[in-house]
Ligand binder design. Structure first.
Ligand SMILES: [Cu+2]
Length: 94
């Protein structure tokens, strides 16, 4: 899964991930440091890693709950920091 943080958005690809499978997030930033934080469908923070320009940091997680996961920025990065919200879905594999 490729992740990039920028002022003030996240780009993530793909937007749907398979459940019960180890996922590697390759996380970078296009401008300043951001904090990539993942919240599960119950709103619990389940993982985070720094998003830094010029670096790719990886985070490996396995999702056992299907549903909508939210991404928030955990590092203050400017005026619209709070708008850095994105999401992806976890689904059972066919
Ligand atoms: Cu931020």
């Amino acid at each position: 899964m490729k992740v990039a943080g920028g002022q003030f958005y996240w780009t993530i690809d793909p937007a749907v991930l398979p459940a019960h499978t180890k996922i590697r997030f390759d996380v970078t930033a296009v401008d300043v440091n951001h904090g990539f934080g993942i919240y599960d469908p119950d709103g619990r923070l389940i993982g985070s890693v720094q998003a830094m320009p010029g670096y790719v940091n990886d985070l490996r997680l396995t999702f056992d709950k299907v549903g909508e996961y939210r991404i928030r920025c955990l590092e203050y990065c400017g005026l619209s920091h709070h708008d850095m919200v994105a999401s992806f879905r976890v689904e059972e594999q066919a």
